[in-house]
Every structure is written in C-alpha cells, then in structure tokens.
Design a protein around this ligand. Sequence first.
Ligand code: ZN
Length: 220
Amino acid sequence: MYEGAVQELIDELGRLPGIGPKSAQRIAFHILDSDAQEMTKLAAAIQTVKEKVKFCTICFNISEQETCAICRDERRDGSKICIVEESKDVLAIERTRAFNGLYHVLGGSINPMQGIGPEQLRIRELLSRLGDESITELILATDPNLEGEATATYLVRTLRPLGIEISRLASGLPVGGDLEYADEVTLARAFEGRRLAGSGAAPAASKDTDFEVSTASSDG
Ligand code: ZN
C-alpha cells in the first residue's frame, strides 16, 4: 500500500477493464513521472468526454448531439437496422463500408453470470423503433461468442412475430471473439453473406429450440 493519493490512483486505475493491480501500479508511476501539463490534458479529456458525449436518442450510439451522425445522415438506408452490442461495433462495421443502413446499440449482451438479462439491454427501445413500418430488415451482428449467441437467439425469438426479415452475419468470424477485433475483410464478407435467421414467413406453430433458432437459415 502506498500513501493516500498514489494508492487512490492505483485503486481507480485498477477498476478499469483489463487493468490488473500490476498494470495499475505501472500506469500510476508513469503518471507520477510524466509532465504535469500532459497529465492535465489527460484528466481534461476524461472530464470532457463525460460531459459532452451522450447516447443518441434513436440508436444509442455515442454522440455529441441529441442524435448521432449516422441517424442524422439522410443518405443512409432507413429500412435496414443492424443490431450490435456496443458503439465500438458500429465503428468496426462502418470501417468495412459494407452497410449503409442504421444501427441499434443494445448496450451489451445477455450474460446471466453478470446479472445481465434482456431487461438490461435496449430491447424495449428497439421494439418501439420497429413500430415504424419503413423498417424491413434487421441484421443481428452480436459478438461471435456465447453471450452474443444467446442475445441473438433471444432477439430472433422476440422479433420474429413482427414479420420483419431478420438476418445474421455469416460464419467466418472468429468464434469466441469480439466483433470489433475482426479484420475488415472478414467482417465485410460476413456482412455480405448474411443469412436469414427467421422472419414472419416462418410458421408460427413451429416450436424451435434455442439451438435450432440460432442456426436456422432459410436461404432462398
Ligand atoms: Zn443514432
């Protein structure tokens, strides 16, 4: 344990994702050794981002205005909505230039271990957006890992009765990984090869299990 301020800084840094106690200590000492002006800039950047940046009221992407640049862009195709977990996934998909529709950022994925269920995600907000008849296609682009799969499965089940076409990114994405880490070519290819995951055309009587829903592809 260090004295007061230093320990406090280490503790705060240690709360950040991916930073263990050793890294926290290393960064704290880097800050101590650094030029005061540089560190004031860092502190100011943190403060500014917390003050200025908010969530788009439509898609929940990060934005400095009421709505984000993508939602404001009239050249975007408002009939397609790509559903992602985080704002950084929006960025990853934008880099591919494979998609010209709008987004919906869920704010995470279903993760019972961490107490995150559908209610904690922005699914209600998504459903209210879908009341707009101009939306004809939903693309599920959750992470290719367990939580992302669970989220996509839940969404297919919840959204299918609306009769809107639902597709999922094609395989080829590294399984168990994060969407944001997929390289642009792989992600663009997954986008172009997206497959139907279920739509209103599917027989309402069919009792799909989770497994069947998540792998269902009715190409054609
Ligand atoms: Zn937006």
